[in-house]
Design a protein around this ligand. Structure first.
Ligand code: ZN
Ligand code: ZN
Length: 341
């Protein structure tokens, strides 16, 4: 089979490799749809600490069970499936206290490599975070399970409800998934970003308001009658946005910092705002199996994620898709290994 290897930043090689036999509890998935992701783009452009090079990459996918290892009862050959690329170990100190997303082994035991014809799913993932795909979901929609699980995790426990005000800063796929989720809860949502076409796209997806970053202060005041937002989601991963995001929250509001900033970076906040305005500022990371289950139900209920797909490519066209993303052209591309160039 053919698999894409990230050899070094900017260089993808397509190698002919054998399809591995599944060990006990493992399944081999024939990839039908793999989604591009901002993390993959980062890795392609400048390397990524969580994506070793040279190595296979791609982690958002759906497909068909091609082979099952011993002991697999949940799936059989030919089943259409969807899943994520990680699962907790269930025995580390964090797992024992049910902080599954913080599992000490979740990153070292993840599986990468959905930009390929086949991918072997490790036992702990097949057992905990893999599902049969309902026929009403396309493979393309089903591939959204992983990014949606991340967004669901970031919103878990927040109790966003009808008429709550929500500000989403950032108009990338993650910002727009936050938008779809917040609208599905009935919130009034403002989206902010730098690109007017992208903001107009957000309006088309249901945003109640979409404003350019430089007009955000006054727009938030007007939108909330001077109060500030109930919830602010930072979805850019830029330090200046992390720091300014607190300004848009009301007293007692919640700010979720979703976008990752480079390790070793320090951010500063007005301590008076945090203290006297009783703000909640939350970092969020990855997801737990409960978030994956919830994301699965949300996809099955029809969240219109397919509107975030900007096009599809054959496997060997992956570099084209990543270059387009790098130029800000497109949100998410579908890589379909079965398609010929
Ligand atoms: Zn991703
Ligand atoms: Zn663990």
């Amino acid at each position: 089979m053919i698999a894409a290897y990230l050899a070094e930043p900017g260089k993808i090689e397509f190698r002919e490799v054998p399809v591995a036999e599944p060990a006990k509890g493992e399944v081999v998935v024939k990839i039908k749809a793999a989604l591009t992701c901002g993390t993959d783009l980062k890795a392609f452009q400048r390397g990524h600490p969580m994506i070793p090079m040279p190595g296979r990459f791609g982690h958002e996918f759906s497909g068909i069970i091609a082979k099952t290892g011993k002991g697999i009862k949940k799936f059989k050959e030919g089943d259409e499936v969807m899943g994520v690329h990680s699962a907790p170990c269930l025995h580390c100190p964090y797992c024992l206290r049910k902080f599954y997303n913080l599992c000490e082994n979740i990153m070292s035991t993840k599986v990468l490599g959905s930009y390929a014809e086949y991918l072997v799913i490790p036992e702990h993932i097949a057992r905990q975070n893999f599902f049969k795909k309902p026929s009403r979901l396309t493979f393309q929609e089903a591939a959204f399970l992983e990014p949606l699980a991340c967004v669901v995790h970031g919103m878990a426990g927040l109790k966003i409800k009808k008429e709550d005000t929500v500000l989403i800063i950032g108009t990338g796929p993650i910002g727009l998934l936050h938008l779809l989720m917040a609208k599905s809860k009935g919130a009034r949502v403002m989206v902010s970003g730098r690109s007017r076409p992208r903001l107009d796209f957000a309006l088309g997806l249901g945003a109640d308001s979409a404003v350019e970053a430089n007009g955000l202060d006054s727009a938030v005041k007007e939108f909330t009658k001077g109060l500030g937002m109930d919830y602010v989601f930072e979805c850019t991963g830029q330090l200046s946005v992390w720091e300014s995001s607190l300004n848009f929250s009301r007293r007692g509001g919640t700010v979720v910092l979703f976008g990752g900033v480079k390790g070793g970076t320090s951010a500063s906040f007005d301590t008076h705002r945090l203290h006297y305005d009783e703000m909640t500022v939350k970092g969020v990371f990855h997801f737990s199996p409960s978030d994956v289950k919830e994301a699965f139900s949300i996809l099955c209920a029809g969240l219109p994620v397919k509107r975030l797909i900007s096009g599809s490519y054959a496997l060997r066209e992956l570099p084209v898709a990543l270059h387009r993303l790098g130029e800000g052209d497109g949100l998410k591309f579908i890589i379909e290994p079965e398609n010929a160039i």
